[in-house]
Design a binder for this molecule. Structure first.
Ligand code: MRU
Length: 351
C-alpha cells in the first residue's frame, strides 16, 4: 500500500539516542545527527534541524525521555521529566503540537508514577509514550490524507506552501498526505510548491520529498502564486498549520495568508490539513497566537551570501495568521470541518 511513499524519516528513536535528520542540509545532504540530551533536542528544534509542528512535538517527547534517563529514584525521575518538559517548551513558541506533546508526556509520567513502577519501569513506560506519539501521528496522517483526497480529482492542480509533508511529521505529512495517497491509487495531481521564503521549506523540502516519491511537482517562487492561479492552473490550495484557534483562524508559515487571499480572489478553495493535536481551543482567535520572530540573517544572508545592505532594518516573522473567513475547510483525522468553525470545532472535540 505504501510503496509510493519514498520519504525519509525525520526522527528515528534508537533506544539509547535519537537520530534526527538535519533538515537544514536538505536536499543536498542527508545527515542524521545523534542526539543524546534534552539540550541537543532543544537546540535542534530552535535551529530548525527538525521543524514542522508534529515533528517538533515528536522530537520534544523523546527529549523528555533523554532528559530523565539518568534519574536514580522515582521522585527524582518525575522531577526531571517536569523540568525537561518545561525547558523544551521554550524552544519555539508557535506550533501548539510542541506543548501538546510535552503536556501528554507530563500527564503520562504522573500516571505511571501513581502506579508505583520501579524507576526502570517508569523510564520504559515513558519511552513507550513517546513511541506512541510518533506512531499515532503516522496513522493520523494517513486518515487526514484519505479525507483530503476525497476533495481532489484526477489531473487537478493543487498549490501548497511551506512543508507539511513526511519530513514535518512521522510519515505522509498532513497537507502532502493526499498527494502520496493519490499516487498509490494511480491518480495524477499536479502540485505547485511555493518555495517559501525566507528558509525555503517549499523548495528544499516539499519539492524534494514529492519528487523523490514521483509526484508531479512544479516549484515556483512565492510571488508567482497569483500568476499561476490567474492562468487557471490551480484548482485548490492545501496547507498545514501550526495552531488553529477556537474560531478557526490558522497560523502557518509566513506567506500562507497571502496565498489564502489570492485563492479567495480567484475563487479557489483553501484547505487546511492538521491533526487534532494542532487545535488550541483555549486561544480564542488568531490574534492571541504567539508568532515567532527569527533572526534577520535568514533574510539578509539566506542564500549563502549577503543579499541586503548592512544595517538595514528587517522584520522576520516566521508565521502569519489566516482569518477563518478565508478557510474553506479544515481536514482532520476525524473528518472535514467547515464554517461556522467556532461551533463545529467545539462539536468536533465533544464527539
Ligand atoms: O518553521 P517551520 O518549518 O517549523 O514551519 C512549518 C510550517 O509552517 C508547517 O506548515 C506546519 O508546521 C505544519 S507541518 C505538518
Amino acid at each position: 500500500m505504501t510503496q509510493n511513499y519514498a520519504g525519509l524519516q525525520s526522527v528515528i528513536w534508537r533506544g539509547d539516542k535519537l537520530d534526527l535528520l538535519d533538515q537544514r542540509l536538505l536536499p543536498e545532504e542527508i545527515v542524521y545527527l545523534p542526539l543524546t540530551t534534552s539540550e541537543d533536542v532543544w537546540e535542534a528544534i530552535r535551529h530548525l534541524k527538525v521543524r514542522g509542528a508534529p515533528a517538533i512535538g515528536i522530537a520534544a517527547a523523546y527529549g523528555v525521555v533523554l532528559g530523565s534517563r539518568d534519574a536514580l529514584a522515582a521522585g527524582e525521575w518525575l522531577a526531571d521529566v517536569k523540568k525537561h518538559a518545561e525547558y523544551l517548551a521554550t524552544s519555539r513558541p508557535t506550533a501548539v503540537n510542541l506543548f501538546w506533546a510535552l503536556d501528554r508526556m507530563k500527564a503520562a509520567a504522573d500516571r505511571f508514577a501513581g502506579e508505583g513502577l520501579s524507576v526502570d519501569g517508569l523510564k520504559e513506560a515513558l519511552t513507550n509514550e513517546a513511541i506512541a506519539i510518533q506512531s499515532e501521528d503516522e496513522a493520523t496522517n494517513r486518515l487526514i490524507g484519505e479525507h483530503a483526497l476525497g476533495l481532489f480529482k484526477d489531473d487537478m492542480g493543487v498549490l501548497t506552501h511551506c512543508n507539511a509533508g513526511g519530513l514535518a511529521t512521522a510519515k505522509y505529512g498532513t497537507a502532502l498526505a493526499p498527494f502520496y495517497l493519490a499516487k498509490e491509487q494511480g491518480m495524477n495531481i499536479r502540485v505547485f510548491a511555493d518555495e517559501t521564503r525566507p528558509v525555503l521549506q517549499g523548495a528544499r523540502l516539499t519539492a524534494f520529498e514529492l519528487q523523490q516519491a514521483g509526484v508531479d511537482v512544479t516549484l515556483i517562487c512565492d510571488n508567482m502564486a497569483g500568476m499561476v492561479m490567474s492562468k487557471g492552473w490551480v484548482d485548490a490550495v492545501i496547507v498545514g498549520t501550526d495552531r488553529v484557534a477556537a474560531n478557526g483562524d490558522v497560523a502557518n508559515k509566513i506567506g500562507t495568508y497571502s496565498v489564502a487571499v489570492l485563492a479567495k480572489a480567484h475563487g479557489i478553495p483553501f484547505y487546511v490539513a492538521c491533526p487534532l493535536s494542532t487545535f488550541d481551543l483555549s486561544t480564542p482567535t488568531g490574534a492571541e497566537i504567539p508568532i515567532e520572530e527569527r533572526n534577520a540573517e535568514e533574510i539578509t544572508e539566506g542564500f549563502g551570501k549577503r543579499t541586503a545592505p548592512q544595517g538595514v532594518k528587517v522584520f522576520n516573522p516566521a508565521f502569519d495568521v489566516t482569518p477563518h473567513e478565508y478557510v474553506t475547510a479544515i481536514i482532520t483525522e476525524k473528518g472535514i470541518v467547515t464554517a461556522p468553525f467556532e461551533e463545529n470545532l467545539r462539536k468536533l472535540f465533544q464527539d
